[in-house]
Design a protein around this ligand. Structure first.
Ligand SMILES: C[S@@+](CC[C@H](N)C(=O)[O-])C[C@H]1O[C@@H](n2cnc3c(N)ncnc32)[C@H](O)[C@@H]1O
Length: 218
C-alpha cells in the first residue's frame, strides 16, 4: 500500500456500492488471489468513464473479466469494450464470466484471446481506434506495447496505466531493489519517463492503488 492505510480505508468507505453481481465476482477474485483492480482504482476508473464517456474501450489484461464487466456496467449504453488475455487458466474463468447472464451489460464486451502484442498489431492493421485504453497486463511489456497503443489511441483519448508504482518499489534506487526485480524496475521507470515526456501525451501519475498513470493523447 503506497498511501497511508487509514486514509485509503476512509476514502474506500465513501465509495459507491458495486452491483451485487460485481461484488460477488470481486469477492471470488480476492478469494482466489486473482490480481484485479483495487477499490480505490475502481473509484478512479468510474470517475474517468463518467468524465470521458468513451464509446470504444480497449483493455489489455482481462484476467477473469472483473474490470471489463466493471467498465461495461459504468460506461454508456453504446460503448463497446475489447479486452485481451492470453493465459488459459484466466481465459477459462473470463469466458464463463463474460457470458454469465447475471451481468446485463456483458454483450458490450469482446474477448480477444492471445498474446497482447500480436493482437494490438492486428487491431492496428484493422485501423481500429479507441477513445479509452486501460493497460493492466505484464508491466515489463508496457514499453513494447506503447508504440501500438499510440497508433490505436485516437486524439483526445485517454490511456490509463495501472500498477505503475508497484507498491512504491519504482521510487527506490536501482541498487536497493533486489536483483530479481531490477529488470521490471528499469522498464517501468523507462515507461513512466516516456509517457511523461512524450510529445503527444499529457500525463499525470497518481498514488492511487498501486499507482495509476493517466495520459491524454494530444
Ligand atoms: C492484473 S491482471 C488484470 C486484471 C484485470 N484488469 C482486472 O482488474 O480485473 C493482468 C492480466 O494480464 C494478463 N497478461 C499479462 N501479459 C499479457 C500479454 N502479454 N498478453 C495478454 N495477456 C497478458 C495476465 O495473464 C493477467 O491475467
Amino acid at each position: 500500500m503506497i498511501v497511508n492505510e487509514r486514509i485509503t480505508d476512509y476514502i474506500n468507505s465513501l465509495a459507491k456500492e458495486l452491483t451485487p453481481e460485481l461484488r460477488a465476482l470481486e469477492r471470488e477474485a480476492l478469494r482466489n488471489h486473482v490480481p484485479i483492480i483495487k477499490k480505490e482504482t475502481q473509484g478512479l476508473l468510474r470517475f474517468l468513464l463518467c468524465m470521458q464517456q468513451p464509446k470504444r474501450i480497449l483493455e489489455v489484461g482481462t484476467a477473469i473479466g472483473f474490470s471489463a464487466l466493471f467498465m461495461s456496467e459504468y460506461s454508456q449504453k453504446d460503448c463497446r469494450i475489447t479486452t485481451i488475455e492470453k493465459v488459459e487458466m484466466r481465459l477459462v474463468e473470463a469466458r464463463k464470466n463474460l457470458s454469465d447472464p447475471r451481468f446485463a451489460s456483458r454483450d458490450k464486451i469482446r474477448l480477444c484471446e492471445g498474446e497482447a502484442l500480436e493482437i494490438l498489431k492486428e487491431l492496428v492493421q484493422e485501423q481500429r481506434q479507441f477513445d479509452f485504453i486501460f493497460l493492466d497486463a505484464a508491466k515489463a511489456q508496457y514499453m513494447a506495447f506503447l508504440p501500438e497503443l499510440m497508433k490505436l489511441l485516437e486524439v483526445g483519448g485517454i490511456l490509463v496505466t495501472d500498477n505503475v508504482l508497484q507498491d512504491g518499489m519504482v521510487t527506490n534506487s536501482r541498487y536497493s531493489v533486489i536483483r530479481r526485480d531490477r529488470t521490471i524496475h528499469t522498464r517501468m521507470r523507462e515507461y513512466l519517463y516516456t509517457i511523461t515526456h512524450h510529445e503527444k501525451l499529457e500525463t499525470v501519475i497518481l498514488p492511487v492503488g498501486d499507482g495509476v498513470a493517466i495520459s491524454k493523447r494530444q
